[in-house]
Design a protein around this ligand. Structure first.
Ligand SMILES: [Zn+2]
Length: 364
């Protein structure tokens, strides 16, 4: 099976250096606010939106992978029903056991809250996100119940916060995290030591978590699905509900993403290179319907292949609160919920040497 990792074409990366246009804060705020002011805009977000929350984007400002030796885990490897697959699962789940808590504990940043304010005000009723961290949900969870969040936020590449076995049984990720800890007490102790010293698992430049010398993946126990055990089946083929490289997006999710673009008059794209086809094709779909598209991102994006797409290069975190204030006018101050959202959000970018070991979705 041949699976390729999505990339940004070299020609786009080369042109990006020449086309770079620096805009002022005031220009960016005004331009984005005017774009959104007429309402009914759909939003697509990507990894760039979560960087201020401590979750590192996997492409740098130049559009290439930050880790040149980046090797993703492929779907067919993780779900291989044999000893080799079991080895992949041991390696994946040990790293994920150590890597999940920082993602679980990450908090929304001002961009998430500004978008939540726009969403709650019906300016941008729907968000399609490529992120698997659940931070858009967290930003609006105080005012929207689970059903409303499900309607308003489409996780194009799934979520890290649930896992599923190969027979379709779902489980909260934290429950599985606890099971992993119970099955591997030595790693639970290692994790508690990390927490006590308030240190994150560090990573080597090749993306591997730094593990104690002599660590053997083959001794890590991947627990069996409890629902399968109740059906007298032993099954430890469990994966997070994230779309892996080489895995298809479920058709209902893909169809819903197109429906959302169809239902809106314009498309606002934030913090993504659009390297993955699942997001890029939505932009192309909007253009085919003659809908205006505005991209806010730092660094090159595939949108540059599309001459009609306007791109603004400035960090979203620096402008979006002011955009919301301009779009909503006095309501941004008078509405207590909105006003509170515009004061919320952590800004805690990841340290340079931190390469989070979460799986990278693609939607090929
Ligand atoms: Zn099961």
């Amino acid at each position: 099976m041949r699976v390729s990792v999505p990339t940004i074409p070299d020609a786009v990366l080369r042109n990006a250096q020449q086309q770079k246009v620096t805009v002022t804060h005031a220009f960016a705020v005004d331009r984005i606010a005017r774009f959104l002011a007429r309402g009914n805009a759909a939003v697509i977000t990507g990894a760039g939106v979560s960087v201020d929350s401590g979750i590192r984007a996997y492409r740098g400002h130049k559009g290439s992978y930050l880790n040149p030796n980046y090797k993703p885990i492929f779907y067919h490897e993780l779900m291989e029903p044999n000893a080799r697959g079991a080895g992949f699962r041991q390696r994946y789940w040990l790293r994920s056991y150590l890597g999940y808590p920082p993602v679980r504990d990450a908090q929304p940043n001002p961009t998430h809250f500004a978008l939540a304010a726009l969403q709650h005000s019906s300016v941008t009723p729907h968000i399609i996100t490529q992120n698997v961290d659940g931070l858009h949900h967290k930003a609006i969870s105080d005012i929207w119940d689970a059903q409303r969040r499900k309607e308003g936020i489409l996780e194009l590449h799934g979520t890290l916060h649930r896992v599923k076995c190969s027979h379709g049984h779902e489980m909260e990720r934290q429950k599985f995290q606890d099971m992993l800890g119970e099955a591997n007490p030595q790693w639970k102790a290692f994790m508690e030591e990390l927490e006590r010293t308030n240190s994150r698992p560090r990573t080597n430049p090749d993306g591997d978590v730094v593990l104690p010398a002599g660590t053997r993946y083959d001794q890590f126990i991947v627990p069996e699905c409890p629902s399968c055990l109740l059906e007298n089946r032993r099954n430890s083929m469990i994966k997070p509900e994230v779309i892996f490289f080489g895995e298809s997006i479920p058709s209902e999710v893909r169809d819903r993403s197109f429906d959302i673009v169809d239902q809106h008059d314009r498309l606002f794209v934030i913090g993504t290179t659009l390297a993955t086809f699942s997001a890029f094709r939505l932009v192309k779909h909007a253009i085919q319907q003659h809908k205006p598209v505005l991209v806010l991102n730092v660094g090159p994006t595939r949108a540059r292949e599309l001459a009609v797409v306007e791109t603004i290069e400035i960090p979203a975190g620096a402008v979006l609160r002011d955009v919301v204030k301009q779009v909503l006018g006095s309501a941004a101050e008078k509405n207590r919920t909105i006003a509170q959202m515009l004061e919320s959000g952590v800004v805690r970018p990841p340290p340079d040497d931190y390469d989070d070991p979460i799986p990278r979705p693609t939607g090929l």
